[in-house]
Design a binder for this molecule. Structure first.
Ligand SMILES: [Zn+2]
Length: 143
């Protein structure tokens, strides 16, 4: 199992993928037959399949938190793996079927998704900044 959080602009796609049915339709070449990680289960847990990413043919993305995950094992529980990889995803945390979400819950999930994005963005900036400071210090020490 591996995961990452690419910061692509997926807003347009997201609007379509908020529909569980559209997510289900995205699994056009899903390599797994296991019940646990069937197309239906994956779509139910917020995932849709991403295509054309260097032979990673089980690469999925959660529309509610932007996490990218691949390397699924037949015994994986999508919700457990989802929460492990993306502990802030409110959709994964609520463990509710999308049909049972209230409008308020749905709106809160989308709101939290933006917070997750901001948090990840901040972390990236912080990492870049400390890397640059280290480089700078190395140069200064040589002077
Ligand atoms: Zn998620």
């Amino acid at each position: 199992m591996s995961s990452s959080d690419n910061n692509n602009n997926n807003d347009e796609n997201d609007n379509r993928m908020y529909s569980e049915n559209n997510r289900l339709k995205s699994f056009t070449n899903w390599p797994h037959n296991s019940e646990n990680i069937s197309k239906k289960e994956m779509a139910k847990h917020g995932f849709y399949q991403l295509h054309g990413h260097d032979n990673n043919d089980d690469l999925v993305r959660c529309v509610f938190c932007d996490i990218h995950m691949s390397g699924w094992q037949s015994k994986d529980d999508p919700n457990v793996e989802h929460q492990k990889a993306s502990p802030d995803c409110l959709f994964a945390k609520l463990q509710k079927s999308q049909m049972d979400l209230t409008l308020e819950e749905f709106m809160t999930i989308i709101y939290e998704k933006n917070n997750i994005k901001i948090k990840r963005y901040r972390e990236t900036i912080r990492e870049n900044l400390s890397e640059n400071i280290e480089k700078l210090l190395a140069v200064v020490e040589k002077v």
